[in-house]
Design a protein around this ligand. Structure first.
Ligand code: SF4
Length: 216
């Protein structure tokens, strides 16, 4: 490890220590009761807020409560329920396809590794990591839009592709802390290091961040 990598890792750990205290309740904000519901909710959360997904899923899970029912879903009925989440035609197709695969290839039970989860149709690394972390307690770096933005501003990754950012962040944070780190950074991005105008003046990790100086 060279000195700039060592510096980055030390800084990442310091940032994490601060954000962990700042956001002790940082967690997945999607409502779910089991791995089926979390997978479906996470697919719906693409290009949509968690709050909006949470408004749609109670009815969705009443009508389609498991992979079997979702695999056999009437497309129009499904589309009408998930319409508020946007891209509803593609999402309906994904939900039906992934449910069919899980019924046919996995006996109706989700596989429990990030690799298998991520290889399901319509399920990328982010969704695979969300389910692995929250349902199977596996260590996971979850790179969503907030984590991607904060990682760039804090100088932890210059990569654009989420899977490459995931790889870089994994090198900075011990495995046992990766899930908590992901949610602490996610909350920091939601509430302080916001997309439009980051609240640098009140940021608890400002002294560890190159971004204000870079843009001054
Ligand atoms: S100082 Fe500003 S840019 Fe840097 S992490 Fe804090 S809010 Fe984000």
């Amino acid at each position: 490890m060279n000195s700039s990598e060592r510096e980055k890792r030390e800084r990442a750990l310091k940032v994490y220590e601060i954000l962990k205290k700042e956001f002790p309740d940082a967690r997945c904000l999607l409502n779910y009761r089991n791995s089926f519901e979390l997978l479906i909710a996470t697919i719906l959360a693409a290009q949509c807020t968690d709050a909006r997904v949470n408004r749609v899923t109670p009815e969705l899970f009443k009508v389609f409560p498991d992979f079997k029912k979702m695999a056999e879903a009437d497309r129009e009925k499904l589309e009408s329920i998930i319409r508020p989440t946007g891209f509803f035609r593609n999402k309906a197709k994904s939900l039906i396809n992934v449910s069919k695969i899980i019924m046919e290839n996995y006996n109706g039970r989700l596989p429990e590794t990030v690799e298998e989860l991520s290889s399901l149709p319509g399920v990328g690394r982010k969704t695979g990591n969300v389910v692995a972390a929250n349902c199977f307690a596996l260590p996971a770096v979850i790179v969503d839009t907030h984590v991607k933005r904060v990682a760039a501003r804090l100088g932890f990754s210059k990569e654009k592709q989420p899977d490459k950012i995931e790889c870089e962040l994994k090198n900075l944070i011990p495995e046992s802390e990766q899930t908590r780190f992901s949610y602490a950074v996610n909350f920091h991005g939601r509430y302080i290091c916001r997309a439009g105008k980051p609240a640098c003046d009140s940021c608890p990790v400002r002294n560890l961040c190159p971004f204000p100086e870079d843009t001054a």
